[in-house]
Design a binder for this molecule. Sequence first.
Ligand code: CA
Length: 235
Amino acid sequence: MKTRILVVEDEEPLMLLLRYNLEAEGYEVDCVARGDEAEMRLREAMPDLALIDWMLPGLSGIELCRRIRVREETQTLPVIMLTARGEEGDRVRGLATGADDYIVKPFSVPELLARIRALLRRAKPAHVASRLEAGDIALDRETHRVRRAGRELHLGPTEFRLLEFLMQSPGRVFSREQLLDGVWGNDVYIDERTVDVHVGRLRKAINVGDTKDPIRTVRGAGYAFDETFSGAGAG
Ligand code: CA
């Protein structure tokens, strides 16, 4: 069964952009343009996550979020708020009202997708496959074990999360900032160079002997898990 996302956004171009990208990512998307309409929709069908704009006609995003938290059926629904830049006070209020995360417009689509995945993972682990495989590398989210060609690898907790994050989206290039957000969480302040240190440690842990490196460094952009990785030796 597909993961369902309710998008509540009154700006049509943005709504279309969200629908297109979320559907491309494999989600089932339901869009409404009004806050009061969203409230009614939530009584008909329960999504797995709601993406709610701050300023909405009918019922504001903040009030909608407050009502979601009050109603028993929707209390635990994962909510991400979309806010305009410069609304710092509002953003804090957004989280206080019960949103799980917020993202500031204009935002990058990969970052939004990473936030959605992270929130779904926290909220409903069952929606995420327990095992990720690429080439001869297998990562088990439940046991936190990583094997390469059947041999167990020893990764630190940060390297494990970093590998998991990259393996979730093969081929997608993540900036250091996106990796910090996705792996360390957005509340932590860590220097971006820390990412390079941990990628170095991860490479050392997974590339034992003459094996092929699945992690691609994209100059000036960041890192990606090589989507063509087959697991063969370096040759
Ligand atoms: Ca709006």
